[in-house]
Design a protein around this ligand. Structure first.
Ligand code: ADP
Ligand code: MG
Length: 393
């Protein structure tokens, strides 16, 4: 019978060398939980001497809050033969609390002998530390990975921007040289047609044609001038000036157009703004482009607001030009600063591209926010410029 064989085997077992060999903290208890024997691993674990431990009740090895669970395990093991995975806190002799996992097994007694309970204590603190370490390493590597990802994204963005700029510079250069070649013959055509026009009597039938040619020549002249400005940005001529004076000049030139379109001008100037060292002729071009676009977006009236602010912390001037016009759909917004992009029948699509370039040369930024619907309908272009741009640009 297997039962008898097992009993015979347990009768022959000398537990001591077995317990000694175990790496895990182990002890033998009687059914009351009194410790009969403990191996070195357990003594080391709770930092106790064998003499102090033998005869002690098992629950005494634990902090008061864990004792009930141990008592219950001892009670259960006599009927269930094995109880595993009880998490408890052992109390070491030097007052340290040690998280452990406790397992109890009932060893089959030889006939007539009292049963013995084998108790195993597994140190969880190392495991906990390891898992903490693991999760820390994991979160560190996750954040490293995120940083790497972000760095890669920035690098890719910078590379794309570089390619875009190079392409723009090359196409701008080409466009400027072609425009330059066109300009001289164009001005001769312009002067000649003006002359012919002046020689025609007021009611002459050809006047209709000469008028049309004059208008087209004017338009071509505008385009070639813009192309030359775009393609060959000149060296900045920096000069310290009050920016409000320049803004007022640009707005002054727009007054009659505003009146005829029913557009109200609102100025919100921050008077604390110091003088700014910019190439004012170029920056005025930017203001003019923005104001012209704003007026073109409000053919049936509205409000044109020009605001200035001073960002002391960054030593930057913020200038915004807002309109209450038809707004810019998101698809169009993505293309705004591309040269030759226009939604207007007579547009050149160069105003914003030139403005972007000028602001860029001054180490500033230009951004756009726009709504095509609702009470906030309209567009705001915001320029941020350093009070004094770095010497080399
Ligand atoms: P252009 O005025 O010759 O079309 P721009 O570079 O000045 O060229 O403007 C490009 C396009 O941006 C315009 O055709 C228009 O679609 C859009 N845009 C610019 N400013 C505004 C604005 N204030 N409101 C609505 N659309 C605008
Ligand atoms: Mg324009």
């Amino acid at each position: 019978m297997p039962e008898t064989a097992e009993q015979d085997l347990s009768a022959q077992v000398d537990y001591e060398p077995l317990l000694k060999a175990l790496m895990e903290g182990v002890c033998l208890c009687d059914p009351d939980g009194r410790i009969l024997m403990a191996n070195k691993a357990l003594l080391d674990l709770v930092d106790a001497k064998a003499d102090d431990m033998i005869g002690k009740l098992l629950p005494q090895l634990f902090v008061p809050q864990s004792r009930q669970a141990i008592e219950e395990a001892l009670a259960q093991v006599t009927t269930q033969r094995a109880v595993k995975g009880i998490e408890a806190n052992a109390a070491t002799s030097n007052g340290v609390t040690l998280p452990v996992s406790v397992g109890c097994s009932l060893l089959k007694p030889t006939e007539g002998d009292t049963p013995v309970i084998l108790v195993r204590l597994k140190d969880l603190s190392r495991e906990n530390k390891l898992s903490e370490e693991l999760s820390r390493t994991q979160s560190e590597s996750e954040s490293l990975l995120a940083e790497l990802d972000e760095a890669y994204r920035q690098l890719k963005g910078a590379q794309e921007e570089l390619v875009r700029r190079e392409r723009l510079a090359a196409s701008g250069e080409l466009a400027a040289s072609v425009a330059h070649e066109i300009r001289n013959p164009l001005s001769i055509i312009g002067m000649s047609i003006q002359y012919l026009h002046s020689k025609l009597s007021p009611g002459h039938a050809f006047r209709e044609f000469t008028n049309a040619i004059i208008k087209k020549v004017e338009r071509l002249d505008k385009i070639t001038t813009q192309l030359i400005n775009y393609g060959r940005p000149r060296e900045l001529k920096l000069e310290a000036r009050d920016v409000h004076r320049n803004l007022n000049q640009v707005l002054h030139l727009a007054v009659s157009k505003c009146k005829s379109q029913g557009v109200k001008i609102v100025r919100r100037f921050d008077r604390s703004l110091p003088k700014v060292k910019w190439d004012h002729d170029l920056i005025d071009q930017v203001f003019t482009n923005l104001v012209t676009n704003a007026l073109e977006a409000m053919p049936n009236g509205g409000v044109l607001t020009v605001e200035t602010q001073f960002d002391r912390e960054k030593s930057q001037t913020i200038i915004s030009v807002s309109d209450t016009g038809h707004g810019i759909p998101p698809k169009v917004q993505a293309q705004l600063f591309k040269p030759f992009f226009t939604t207007k029948r007579n547009g050149t699509g160069l105003g914003l591209a030139i403005s972007h370039r000028i602001i860029d040369h001054h180490h500033g930024t230009i951004t756009c926010a726009s709504k095509t619907r609702g009470s906030q309908r309209g567009t705001t272009f915001t320029i941020r410029l350093p009070i004094t741009p770095p010497a080399k640009s």
